[in-house]
Design a protein. Structure first.
Ligand SMILES: [Zn+2]
Length: 239
């Protein structure tokens, strides 16, 4: 894998096992992250450089917000951090110097661990980056619902699952769910520490009834563009 003229860049999809409404799969974030990486690797396949390689997805994250809902299975910050550092060091020992963490679970404590772990690997000399969709410059390119912060099991995420794994969405149930606008980042900043306190009694917000595979396809196209830009920039040595 290290032979040849192309620089290998390792993509690590990161998700969570977490309740996603009465209609979506627990593995929603992991499926989206893995699909995002697979489609990006396909888009980069014709490039002279780099060559994208995908690790098996990391299915567990920090999931306290949804902890009241059965099926949410999370790990502690130290566990996630230790695993990421171990993976990074193991990759470096094998001669892989470029790692991009592709995360689709946006709980702040979880994102913070990813940011810190990537910074720590970078300090150890690895070329490591996080595709952080919660950063404004990235979020601005995504759908209106995502930008408004109603980004859990609503139209945005459900559309992404419908585009790739429609068999895993209870579509009839999704169509009956009323729109529930919740400014999740605002609620978190105001000190709400779980979905129920944010008014998300059924572990979703936004408008899952409006989700379509077509919107999911359009969003993947944007996500692929963002990740491909990051990967290409990384091997050119851009910060
Ligand atoms: Zn999700």
């Amino acid at each position: 894998m290290l032979a040849g003229p192309r620089t290998p860049v390792i993509l690590l999809p990161v998700g969570a096992v977490e309740a996603h409404g009465p209609h979506g799969p627990l593995a929603t974030d992991t499926i989206i992250a893995a699909t995002h990486c697979e489609r990006t690797a396909a888009a980069l396949a014709a490039d002279d450089d780099p060559r994208a390689l995908i690790l098996p997805p990391l299915p567990f994250g920090v999931t306290r917000y949804a902890g009241d809902f059965p099926g949410t299975i999370g790990v502690a910050e130290e566990t996630l951090r230790g695993l990421l550092l171990d993976l990074g060091h193991s990759l470096a020992d094998s001669g892989f110097g470029h790692l991009v963490v592709v995360n689709h679970h946006f709980e702040p404590a979880h994102v913070k661990v990813l940011r810190d772990a990537v910074a720590s690997l970078a300090a150890d000399g690895m070329s490591a980056a996080l595709l952080d969709l919660t950063r404004r410059r990235n979020a601005e390119r995504l759908t209106e619902e995502f930008r408004r912060g109603s980004c859990h099991a609503g139209r945005y995420e459900t559309s992404l699952i419908l585009a790739e794994r429609p068999d895993l969405v209870a579509t009839d149930r999704a169509r009956t769910l009323p729109e529930l606008p919740v400014d999740m980042p605002g609620a978190m900043a105001a000190g709400r520490t779980d979905f129920k306190a944010m008014g998300m009694d059924r572990a979703y917000c936004g408008a899952p009834a409006e989700a379509t595979a077509a919107e999911g396809e359009a969003t993947y196209a944007v996500l692929v563009e963002m990740l491909a830009e990051l990967v290409r920039g990384m091997v050119r040595g851009e910060p």
